[in-house]
Design a protein around this ligand. Sequence first.
Ligand code: FAD
Length: 593
Amino acid sequence: MSVYTAPLKDIRFVMNELAGLAEVARLPGYADATPDTVDAILEEAGKFASGVLDPLNHTGDEEGSQWKDGAVKTPKGFKEAYRQYVEGGWGALPFGPEHGGQGLPKLVATAVEEMLTSANMAFSLCPLLTQGAIHALELAGSDALKQAYLENMIAGKWTGTMNLTEPQAGSDLALVRSKAVREGDHYRISGQKIFITYGEHDLAENIVHLVLARTPDAPEGVKGISLFIVPKFMVKPDGSLGERNGAKCASIEHKLGIHASPTAVMVYENAVGYLVGEENKGLSYMFIMMNAARFSVGLEGVAIAERAFQRALAYAKERLQGRDLAGGGTVAIIKHPDVRRMLMLMKSQTEAARALAYVVAGALDAASRHPDAKLRAQNQAFVDLMIPVVKGWSTETGIDVASLGVQVHGGMGFIEETGAAQHLRDARITTIYEGTTGIQANDLIGRKIAREGGATAKAWLQHLKGFDAELAKSSNADVKAIRTALSAGAAAVGESIDYIVANAGKDVMAAFAGAVPFLKLMGIVAGGWQMARAALAAEKKLGSGDKAFYAAKIATARFYADQVLVQAPSLRDTIIHGASAVMSVPEDSMLAA
Ligand SMILES: Cc1cc2nc3c(=O)[nH]c(=O)nc-3n(C[C@H](O)[C@H](O)[C@H](O)COP(=O)(O)OP(=O)(O)OC[C@H]3O[C@@H](n4cnc5c(N)ncnc54)[C@H](O)[C@@H]3O)c2cc1C
């Protein structure tokens, strides 16, 4: 079984050359993100991921979390790993020093998060949800709530959850029914929530649930939902833990993957809850948390893809099968063009998705910290446009890459002991939770494109035009080919935007029938943009330093252009010409029985 190796070279290259770490470090408050500090953090995170979390990935999957009498026991080794996670201060990286955070940029935290997730996605979900809960509290919580909860959550002593889903309310949160009745300075929360990640576990001394519920006189639909903090154990005024609150874990789910991560059915019976922000504004606060969580789930796609690639590569170098096409004896399967094609698809798409996610992380830093308000707004608009792409495209890509990883292994990929199958099983949830790909795509074409007439997306295309002029200066044959494919991809996006903007008002079914193909098109072209930037940066560095890495980067970008980016025009055709047949077979005729 191969061991996870942190892809530090590529992570450093992406952070420095594409995501602008140096500029991010100049933003107010990020002075600590010096090159030496960032290097040390990346090295240590790589060691923790490879040495502590990776060895628990397979055993955690086999053992799974176990429920008994309302309590959940995580797999062997998880408690100790979590203790080391807390001791290392890993959860505190991106948060402000006022509550004990380390105040480092999102970009740096992103690199750490990728490595921890690659090594053990089921473990990393606990910090992921905690960080989302911290964000929501930081932004919308009262001073008293912040005082009572943030320090312990940032330190990792307490973990956080996100309680949205109910049996009748999944993608459609307007249907949430849980109740919140005011009682003095707090509320009494009752209802059932399902699929709550780390809703119950034995890793930390308290669990802080963020719960969506309705007050008795709240308006119908999304405008009547409020957000509450419901701790597992009550917190006394001196900060110590008191009695058990009425939040119980009724069971945990048996599922396809992420077996070590407990997915809880939570029952709230007159539980004490505290309002976050104002009544009826809960969903907007939850969106703060969801945006951060959507970004993180997109990063899960990158992380799983990286791990699946590493495992497939190691296997392909060892497995002897078939003869060399160029003549000769039995060879390792990596010598066969089709296996090499699969490995290059895995490598190039992983690197493209990583680059896009890190560039968005850098933009998130600029959106919150840049001294120039105009630049803050521009970065925020770019982030808003790209979050559904990072979430939807990177996770769909993660599944494709994990599936290729199984294929590279042949029959052994289908057998659990190699670990390739686990990556595919684990990856499968990423396109479902935090909003399915369909929901991300609707958000992209509805709220992010049609509502503003495609303005932000067109500004991005304008930026691509400027970048094309830079590419044109290169005499490198690979860069020239990449430029041709990127320019065709950008044209395909532009035509699709025009179609969506024109049709969203007059033929909404036709516009939305192409939503997921459009999300994929955006991802492929945005990923191609980053690979082209990477090729250009690598070309400039070819003469210095790590020649093999830079040459491989250019070749990988060329492969991506030839094999992935070229799909863009056909996706445009699907979006513009493929809608009519989507709804044309009547429901009753779909099954030809
Ligand atoms: C392992 C796991 C962990 C989870 N963790 C959490 C958690 O911590 N907290 C939490 O609150 N929830 C959690 N969830 C719930 C998760 O977010 C939901 O499952 C998800 O949002 C989808 O909702 P649903 O399952 O009800 O599917 P549905 O909403 O019923 O969707 C079914 C299908 O219909 C499509 N669909 C639905 N509406 C539309 C539409 N308007 N347009 C186009 N297509 C549509 C969907 O894309 C999907 O393909 C978790 C789920 C799982 C399985």
